[in-house]
Ligand binder design. Structure first.
Ligand SMILES: Nc1ncnc2c1ncn2[C@@H]1O[C@H](COP(=O)(O)OP(=O)(O)OP(=O)(O)O)[C@@H](O)[C@H]1O
Length: 235
């Protein structure tokens, strides 16, 4: 398993954002769902080492997020919800900057591959601030996968994309999930049905279900995941 989480808790002041959650994930796309404020982004930020947990443990590829943060960062790619980019940089320049941080052996070759994979080709010579939202999102994804990490954490990667862009980014994520562990947070249930093999639903900081997509729909006698989500998060 590339991700192991045990008894993870995060308290912000008085607010318990993540409440003693445990789960593990291997190769495939894991849908990480929950209503607004459920604790998804907080969990993702802990896994990527952006913020520390209050208690509990999280491991990425066998490395502990607290005691082995550099090893974790080598093995993880993160597309945060607020995809902060250096907008004055050219697309290629920003990728070269990230490649340098990761000390890649042949950055030019890898940058060309990732530009191809994310469909950035036609826009690759622009500055980031000149790009549409969808292309900015692709730059964020390109940066996240550049060092070919085993684990990808994607926080609402398709928000704001038009239907054409949605289809190509979904395909890219599905392809990545064939060999990598992808944790995908999204509010779009069709997206989960199209891409995810496993689904975790979190509500008020607690995991309310962790099952295969197939079981989840079957067990609840529902055809639509949306109904399952509503039933499990309105208790
Ligand atoms: N830096 C912070 N300081 C205090 N409270 C925070 C902070 N970040 C998040 N929270 C609170 O923690 C809870 C979980 O937030 P989180 O962003 O993890 O939810 P989420 O499931 O990602 O929501 P969304 O779907 O809206 O993105 C919320 O109640 C939120 O207000």
């Amino acid at each position: 398993m590339s991700i192991r989480v045990e008894g993870l808790t995060k308290i912000y002041g008085e607010q318990k954002a993540v409440d003693d959650i445990s789960f593990s994930a291997g190769t495939g796309v894991l849908g990480f769902l929950g209503p607004n404020g459920a604790g998804k982004s907080t969990t993702m930020k802990i896994l990527t080492g952006f913020i520390p947990q209050t208690s509990g443990r999280a491991q990425v590829c066998g490395f502990d997020v607290t005691t082995q943060p550099l090893d974790v960062k080598r093995n993880i790619g993160y597309l945060p919800e607020s995809n902060a980019l250096y907008t004055d940089m050219y697309v290629k320049e920003s990728l070269a900057f990230v490649a340098d941080i990761h000390n890649l052996h042949d950055p030019a070759k890898r940058i060309a591959e990732v530009i191809e994979q994310t469909g950035l080709g036609p826009e690759q010579h622009k500055k980031i601030h000149q790009l549409s939202k969808g292309y900015k999102q692709r730059v964020g994804l390109a940066q996240a996968i550049l060092h070919d990490p085993q684990v990808l954490i994607l926080d609402e990667p398709t928000s704001g994309l038009d239907p054409n862009q949605l289809i190509s980014i979904r395909k890219l994520i599905t392809d990545l999930g064939k060999t990598k562990t992808v944790i995908l947070s999204t509010h779009i249930m069709q997206e989960v049905e199209a891409m995810c093999s496993q689904v975790i639903i979190i509500n008020k900081g607690k995991i309310v279900t962790n099952d295969t997509l197939q079981n989840l729909k079957g067990a609840n006698g529902e055809k639509q995941l949306e109904h399952v989500f509503v039933a499990l998060t309105n208790k």
